[in-house]
Design a protein around this ligand. Sequence first.
Ligand code: BGC
Length: 348
Amino acid sequence: MKKEVFGKTPEGTQINRYTLTNQNGITIRIINYGAIITSIQTPDKNGQAGEVVLGFDNLEGYLAEHPYFGAVAGRCANRIAKGKFTLDGKEYTLAINNGPNHLHGGLKGFDKQVWTVTELSEQNALELTYTSKDGEEGYPGNLTVLVTYSLTNNNELKIDYEATTDKATPINLTNHSYFNLAAGQAEDALNHEVVLYAERYTIVDENLIPTGELPLVAGTAMDFSSPHTIGSRINQVTGGYDHNYVLTNSQNEELGLAAMVNEPQTGRQLEVYTTQPGIQFYSGNFLDGSLTGHQGEVYKKHYGFCLETQHFPDSPNQPNFPSTILKPGETFKQSTVYKFSVRNNTQE
Ligand code: BGC
């Protein structure tokens, strides 16, 4: 495992970048700021390595405003309506940072914290921990979070999440990587073919807060139960895809196949497995060309897409959604696997 200095925060804390590699030419870079995955390089169908996530080669990019590139979002990923919820009879008010709502943990979420790193060289893994103080961004309880990134020789990036708390608190952790498997060879990500293993999704209001209904995707532009390119029906979806799908294969909190993505030009394929009940499929609708990242790529609208495995948005206010409440004495555990491969499309 390689470790190098990446920069310093304004408070003077040194940020390091760690590089994991495997036998098949995959390279993953992670920093201890935001537990951010800054880079994933994988071979295409001709064995040519390329960058498949959006991100920056310097810390300044991450210290400036950016839309959660590669970061761990928490304490609660996604939105909580009006930043309010009631737990054990007490109302809590969270930081508001997205219109009227709380998004991805607030003003200084887990994506903007410095994490403590343990290198697990034998497992080709990196362990990052962070303790979020009672009252941070409005959340109750001291919460200790452990995120482990491991890279296997099966070309899997495995992300394991664990957490414990001393007061009951909602928790919803995800990784917010933006993928583009064309690795700089395409205008945007709209040609990626996507399958989502979901029959229903959480329909949202104009502030992207779920109404509580779980309509069927069948017969609509939301249906990715068979392969469709991101772009083929995106114009039928107001604002583009930014929806949480109810996953079919991970109902028992065991790893189940959640998504499969193929980039036809380079043959790169990505499978996503998770223990979580939902996945936010986000088609990079708010990217606007104002950020330039790896290799000078301009991150314009739809340049990357996210597959954020998670609990459903606004769960603390939705009694019918799977619970996100972690209690003292319990251990929060979730895992997600991003598996990289290539598909030789000409042989099909
Ligand atoms: C949300 C989007 C948001 C993006 C970046 C996604 O998880 O669903 O609405 O714009 O994150 O913050």
